[in-house]
Ligand binder design. Structure first.
Ligand SMILES: [Zn+2]
Length: 488
């Protein structure tokens, strides 16, 4: 009898595939954005995240941080070198408390890096293979004399940009059925693009306003958009143009003005001028090209009706810290400092401890709108980079903006001109009359402006009042400081 040899079928071997750092990071991003392509409640887009307890927010941040550190270490030579220089491994940074071990990253360090490794630098996490397979868009800082700092984003980012920016617009009260005139051209500014994709996701129709001002005026009349998207300076300029064309912006279809690119709600006189010009509610967003291109900080309706106003940062998407401007060490709870951000919301550019550099303080108490995200008290007034040193005194251009726009007989635009005179700084404020003025009126407004600047800024300026319409108007960031000092 032949015994059949018993053939053993090979035992299935379950190989546990070891996920790469990128795969683990993408899995975390996917998990925290799953199901959020549409709003989850009538008032708040993602209530489980936006209303989360402080303990839960920290838990989410730290879970993301633990996946981010190995990803940065493996995919970015810039971060790998900086970790090694600080004698850190990815596992040394597992909690919020560990973050200060890693020195803050500045724009200058990115600029040096991209000069050494053009055109992309090594501070992002998109390699050629990823770029070819799922590249989405490039954004860059302007660089006419130096290599621009460039940021490549992927299709994964495209979805995250839409979802997380929609949350901010939803908090401002935008809903499906609104329509938005976007005053922009096809430019590489992150604010407009994240807004564009968020509006698409929200089913808010877009009137693309990449046309001259006259055609934009016609579009408002013809298409009756409910939302205007522009820089604050341009929102003011468009209102004047509409009045000059014989229409009253207050009687137009615009009900909300959403601003980006420059401070708006944090400067009370600018906010008042825009709201009065359009008879509309002003909202604004806050971010930066490098680390918060989407998922921006935003004004909620309740935060706008408080004094001072406040701006929510989206804490499940970013870790915000405030540091001392001199030492760059963290300041204590409730104290003012410069903003530093870690971006937990990106495949392409998840920066670690990037120095954004605006002065503010955070209030972590729950807002009247129900959101638990911390609020920047007073909004944002300007970056430390913009801070002027005139005759040894520090001055934010936004302080002059607040004063000029608080005087009704002056128009919206102004310039600050600083020159060397002997060994001193000559400091001139150039403004425009709103309508033609006689000599007595010019003398009176000059005195008033001078007195206000001395009182609030402790600097004596020269004042020049020009005829209406003399100063340039721009669509994007206005160049209001002209520094001609020798040696600068
Ligand atoms: Zn709020």
């Amino acid at each position: 009898m032949v015994q059949a040899s018993k053939k053993l079928s090979p035992k299935p071997v379950r190989r546990l595939k070891r996920l790469s750092a990128r795969e683990r990071w993408l899995a975390v991003l996917e998990r925290f954005s799953r199901g959020l392509d549409e709003p989850q409640s009538a008032q708040i887009w993602a209530p489980a995240l936006e209303r989360a307890s402080r303990a839960r927010i920290v838990e989410i941040q730290e879970e993301k941080l633990r996946a981010l550190m190995p990803f940065l270490y493996e995919e970015s030579a810039f971060y790998r070198e900086r970790m090694r220089a600080a004698k850190l491994t990815p596992s040394d940074i597992r909690s919020i408390g560990d973050l200060p071990k890693f020195p803050v990253v500045t724009k200058e360090s990115m600029a040096t890096n991209v000069a050494a490794y053009p055109p992309w630098g090594t501070y992002t996490t998109v390699d050629q293979k990823t770029w070819r397979s799922r590249g989405w868009m490039v954004f860059s800082t302007s660089g006419t004399t130096t290599t621009p700092r460039s940021f490549r984003y992927t299709k994964v980012d495209a979805r995250l940009w839409a979802i997380t920016s929609a949350r901010a617009l939803y908090a401002m009260g935008l809903r499906a059925g609104d329509s938005a005139l976007t005053c922009t051209n096809y430019n590489p500014h992150v604010f407009f693009w994240s807004l564009h994709y968020a509006l698409n996701l929200m089913k808010v129709a877009i009137v693309p306003g990449g046309v001259p001002t006259e055609r934009r005026l016609a579009m408002i009349d013809l298409y009756r958009p409910t939302v205007l998207v522009a820089t604050p300076s341009y929102a003011l300029h468009l209102a004047v143009a509409l009045r000059n064309a014989g229409s009253d912006p207050r009687r137009s279809s615009i009900r909300k003005v959403i601003c980006g690119g420059e401070a708006a709600s944090g400067i009370p006189s600018t906010r008042r001028r825009i709201e009065e010009a359009w008879d509309a509610e002003l909202h604004d967003v806050y971010g930066c090209t490098e680390a918060v291109p989407a998922g921006w900080a935003f004004t909620c309706r309740q935060g706008l009706s408080a004094t001072p106003v406040s701006t929510h940062v989206q804490e499940d998407l970013q870790i915000w810290e405030l540091v001392d401007p001199q030492t760059l060490e963290p300041v204590g709870p409730g104290q003012r400092g410069l903003t530093v951000v870690t971006n937990l919301n990106s495949e392409g550019s998840p920066q670690l401890r990037f120095l954004v550099g605006d002065f503010t303080s955070f209030d972590t108490r729950r807002c009247a709108c129900g959101r638990s995200f911390a609020r920047a008290v007073g909004g944002f007034m300007g970056r430390a980079d913009d801070l002027l040193n005139i005759r040894g005194l520090k001055l934010f251009p936004s302080a002059i903006e607040e004063i000029v726009r608080g005087i009704d007989s002056l128009d919206d635009e102004f310039q600050i001109v600083i020159e060397t005179e002997g060994v001193l700084d000559a400091f001139t404020i150039v403004t425009e009359a709103r309508t033609s003025m006689d000599v007595d009126a010019v003398v009176e407004v000059t005195r008033r402006l001078e007195a206000e600047v001395i009182r609030r800024c402790e600097l004596r300026p020269r004042i020049r009042i020009e005829a209406p319409g003399t100063l340039p108007r721009t669509e994007f960031k206005a160049r209001r400081v002209i520094d001609r000092r020798v040696g600068l």
